[in-house]
Structure formats: structure tokens, C-alpha cells
Design a protein around this ligand. Structure first.
Ligand code: FES
Length: 116
């Protein structure tokens, strides 16, 4: 059983491991992300949770970063490394893999519609 000190948590990562994302390599990316977070000394301030489907299977593997409201798509180990080094450590959004940003009126709604 784990007891996380939530007062220290700055960001929460939702890591999709529904079946389609898993078939696209989600578990490798998730393992890499979690190891990198620990290796970079971010374990206390970054909380991660595996979830089942987040409703965007065609864009998976999906990783969502809160409270920033950033949905990342096609997260493999390379993107996972970018998320840790750029987003979590440097507060830089990994633009090339953004699927959606909550409350961002400038995002291309075509890219997030239910029909492609
Ligand atoms: S399984 Fe990941 S979005 Fe559906």
C-alpha cells in the first residue's frame, strides 16, 4: 500500500493503459516515464495514475498532465522523455505531441473532433 504526501504533489499524470493504447506500446512508455520521474528526483512532486480508456484510442498512447490540462498523443519512450525533461522539469509544453489543451480557444477543434 502506498501513501503519497499530496501536499508535495505539483502535477498529476493520467497514463492511459486501456487495451488500444497498450497495444500501441503504452506500457513501455509508462514504465519509462515512471523510471525517469524517479531518476530525475521528481517522485515526490509528480503523481502518476494508470487509467483505462480515455476515449482517444486513435491518438494513443495518451498521457494527460494536470493541473495544466494538456493531453499528449502518441506517447512512446521518446515523447515520454520529452514530457519529463521539457514539460515536468522546464515547464515547456511538448507542442509536437499536444492533442488538446483545456480551455485553449486557439486549439484546432478539427484535430479533436469525433470525426476525422
Ligand atoms: S485506450 Fe487509451 S484512449 Fe482508449
Amino acid at each position: 500500500m502506498a501513501i503519497k504526501n499530496l501536499i508535495q504533489v505539483k502535477k498529476h499524470l493520467i497514463l492511459c493503459n486501456g487495451e488500444p493504447c497498450t497495444l500501441n506500446g503504452a506500457n513501455n512508455a509508462i514504465d519509462f516515464l515512471r523510471k525517469s520521474i524517479k531518476k530525475c528526483g521528481l517522485h515526490d512532486e509528480i503523481h502518476t495514475t494508470r487509467t483505462l480508456c480515455n476515449g482517444r484510442c486513435d491518438d494513443g498512447p495518451i498521457v494527460i498532465v494536470y493541473p495544466d490540462g494538456i493531453w499528449y498523443k502518441n506517447v512512446d519512450e521518446t515523447v515520454a522523455e520529452d514530457i519529463v525533461k521539457r514539460h515536468l522539469m522546464d515547464e515547456e509544453i511538448v507542442q509536437e505531441n499536444v492533442l488538446y489543451i483545456h480551455n485553449n480557444k486557439n486549439i484546432n477543434s478539427q484535430s479533436i473532433s469525433t470525426t476525422k
